[in-house]
Design a protein around this ligand. Structure first.
Ligand SMILES: Cc1ncc(COP(=O)(O)O)c(C=O)c1O
Length: 380
């Protein structure tokens, strides 16, 4: 086991009780256990390079949540990996594209805990970024069950459950780790931001931009901001098509998070009327922007690429599936005008260098079908 993994093992063993200074500690009567995987709070910083007219822009640096693998996913995994059914020794089986950040995060944190990931994957455009994620996934010993498209995922699911012996079957985790409890990571993130506003680290944002896929991050954030009484407008720039993320699914995710908060002892008076009433009472509004999806999930767009390049020129490393499209949405809205400022861009991408995990010859360990398709998937 090398240094980063050892560090993870030590932190995971520190104890699972919620720290007294954790943002959710004072709110939950019966807090569930929580691993300490992330370095929080993450900094907020000015991004004057994004300012437009009189709108000033700030960035929440969730790329700095961890030296092992940062971004938003670790906020969710802190909760999920500490609680049933994911807290045992069994492998976990989850779903994503071949370049999924969720699967890479899960593979890395599970490995630190001496456990293994079973990944049901679908093909996506094979950019150098996706190649690195896939190389890491394979090198970290994730077991891949690969199909061509999202539509064929039920097939992968069936094959996995037919071929895997029950004793070796993984415990199933929702795509993107977006469950009611996983959402606590971003409820806490909303409270964390509220504390930073109260401490004068940034002005209260009028509009927050965050990307959305499986909805747990943006829904948790809305609930956290509402609990903290930080009224603002959440602009969720979708990375996926309308059928995969929409108002209905977002409301469902909000409901799951609020239900989980009730289970763990949040004052019922605060949750009377459900998520909609909670958000309305605090002045938190939300809208979903599907204008940056382009031809589809994980297909790089010209605007997304331009946004990634613009950010890179200012030292911020984004990618073309989620955060590049989110920044493109923000820039488009600023150009059109009428955006309430100050604006905060929530950077959910962990840009840790994955090359240290990638083993030579990993391609040979890909499922044969996927190996044969990679050339045809190359997009950059
Ligand atoms: C970098 C990045 N940002 C945001 C998201 C989306 O978060 P959520 O699935 O909670 O909507 C993902 C999902 O994989 C991601 O990889």
């Amino acid at each position: 086991m090398d240094a980063p993994e050892r560090a993870l093992e030590v932190r995971a063993g520190e104890g699972l009780e919620l720290r007294a200074d954790h943002p959710l500690a004072g709110l939950l009567g019966r807090p569930p256990p929580c691993l300490r995987l992330a370095a929080l709070p993450t900094p907020v910083e000015r991004a004057a390079w994004l300012d437009r007219q009189d709108v000033e822009v700030w960035i929440k640096r969730d790329d700095q949540t961890s030296d092992l693998y940062g971004g938003g996913k670790v906020r969710k995994l802190e909760w999920l990996l500490a609680n049933a059914p994911f807290d045992g020794a069994a492998p976990i089986v989850s779903v994503g594209g071949i370049g999924s950040h969720h699967l890479v995060a899960l593979a890395l944190y599970l490995r630190g805990l001496g456990r293994r990931l079973h990944a049901l994957t679908f093909d996506q455009v094979y950019t150098p970024h996706v190649a690195r994620n896939l190389g890491a996934l394979i090198s970290l010993d994730a077991e891949l069950w690969s199909v061509r498209s999202r539509a064929a995922l039920p097939l992968a699911w069936l094959a996995y459950h037919v071929w895997r012996r029950p004793a070796q079957m993984g415990v199933s985790m929702a795509p993107g780790a977006s469950t009611g409890l996983g959402g606590f990571g971003f409820v806490a993130a909303g409270l964390e931001l509220a504390a930073q506003i109260a401490a004068g680290e940034l002005p209260k944002p009028a509009t927050i931009y965050i990307t959305g896929g499986s909805a747990g991050s943006s829904a948790g954030l809305a609930v956290g901001l509402a609990l903290a009484g930080v009224g603002c407008r959440l602009r969720i720039v979708s990375a996926v098509e309308r059928w995969a993320f929409n108002g209905l699914l977002y409301r469902r995710m909000l409901g799951q998070i609020v239900a989980a908060l009730a289970t763990y002892g949040l004052d019922p008076a605060r949750l009377r009327g459900g998520a909609a009433a909670l958000l309305k009472g605090a002045g938190v509004t939300w809208s979903i922007d599907h204008g940056e999806v382009g031809p589809g999930y994980a297909v790089p767009t010209g605007d997304g690429r331009a946004a990634v390049e613009h950010a890179a020129a200012h030292g911020l490393h984004l990618e073309t599936t989620y955060t590049g499209k989110c920044l493109a949405g923000l820039e488009a809205d600023l150009r059109r005008g009428g955006v309430g400022g100050p604006v905060l861009l929530w950077n959910t991408h962990g840009d840790n260098d994955l090359r240290r995990w990638i083993k030579d010859g990993w391609e040979a360990r890909l499922p044969a079908g996927l190996r044969g398709r990679l050339d045809g998937l190359r997009g950059e």
